[in-house]
Design a protein around this ligand. Structure first.
Ligand code: ATP
Length: 313
């Protein structure tokens, strides 16, 4: 479990993290989301005691990071996949990490197998592609068999097969009872990987909710209709109290209506319709909508407070 309590970090006049409080629970994969510059990396650095908070604190498994007896066995982290000695082989890098943390050498082979690095293990890390470096970073994070995992943008550079592998690995680690926090600025990717979402914007908490609830609440569905008589169909639908907007390629979008209702209304009024299909708004749009609004939150004097529905206003 990770507990983040009223965490704030200022760099001069910039407030990177602003009174942030949330908990990351075990047995599920939690996504830490926010647009570029939202404060995700700064918050993760404070979780790992790499940056000192201006105020507030973080506890990992009940303790501040610096009080953990064997940190690598409690928390595995991937912050910057580039921070590997480029002249060392992947094997040498992992062995050195294992030895300096009193981790048995056989664990190196286990994490190499887990991350699919067998064929690259003797190559210099400096020659690795970004995707391979991410795998090496994940291998290093897993070395101590930690109960908590903190991964900053781990799918950066992974190819589609790598992303699928990563999703499976995260789910398996959470199913083993671990606490898994994964940051991303890509909502659609996160939605496929994570069970729970913590969304921040400008350093403040915007949502702390299950992925399913987030999708439910934020993806406005509509029905798209293609017709050679758009003006007539628009008239019929608005006459029935349905809000209609322009869709792509001359189509119409009926907001909050069921496809059957559109079909029945057009049939009753003799309007020809070529296609009626339900459309789900993309998660990316929902993400942009709620993080875009974060600018307004900064204009108020209110402290963040959870209104019981997982969202913060
Ligand atoms: N050492 C620093 N000195 C000054 N400002 C900093 C420092 N580190 C971060 N910031 C600023 O704090 C804000 C949050 O940055 P941070 O890197 O934590 O965001 P992020 O959500 O991780 O973004 P990204 O997705 O781009 O990595 C940004 O405005 C950034 O410029």
């Amino acid at each position: 479990m990770i507990e983040v309590c009223e965490l704030t970090k200022r760099f001069g006049r910039i407030t990177a993290v602003d009174g942030l409080s949330f908990q990351v629970r075990p047995e599920r994969v939690t996504g830490f989301l926010g647009p570029n510059g939202a404060g995700k990396s700064t918050a993760m650095r404070m979780m790992l005691d790499l940056d000192r908070p201006t105020s507030g604190h973080v506890r990992i498994e009940g303790l501040p990071y610096r009080q953990l007896r064997e940190p690598l066995r409690t928390v595995g982290a991937l912050l910057d996949a580039g921070s590997v000695h480029g002249g060392r082989s992947a094997r040498a890098h992992l062995r050195w990490l294992a030895r300096s943390n009193r981790i048995a050498g056989r664990r190196v082979s286990e994490v190499v197998e887990l991350t699919g690095l067998e064929s690259a293990i003797s190559r210099r890390a400096g020659k690795f592609s970004l995707g391979m470096r991410q795998r090496l970073g994940i291998a290093a994070a897993l070395l101590g068999d930690p109960r908590v995992l903190l991964l900053d943008e781990p799918v950066n550079g992974l190819d589609p097969e790598g992303i699928l592998w990563f999703r499976g690995l995260m789910k398996a680690l959470a199913a083993e009872g671990r606490t898994v926090l994964v940051s991303s600025h890509l909502m659609s990717e996160a939605a496929l990987t994570v069970d729970h979402l913590v969304v921040i914007g400008r350093g403040r908490l915007l949502a702390d909710t299950s992925t399913a609830e987030f999708i439910d609440r934020h993806t406005r569905s509509c029905v798209r209709a293609r017709t050679p008589e758009p003006e007539r169909l628009r008239e019929v639908l608005t006459g029935a109290g349905i809000r209609v907007e322009e869709g792509p390629h001359g189509s119409l979008e009926a907001i909050g209506a069921e496809p059957a209702r559109i079909g029945e209304l057009s049939a009753a009024h003799g309007v020809t319709v070529h296609e009626v299909a339900r459309q789900a708004a993309s998660l990316e749009e929902a993400f942009i909508r709620i993080t875009g609004e974060s600018v307004d939150y900064r204009g108020t004097d209110c402290r963040s407070s959870d209104h019981g529905n997982g969202e913060v206003r």
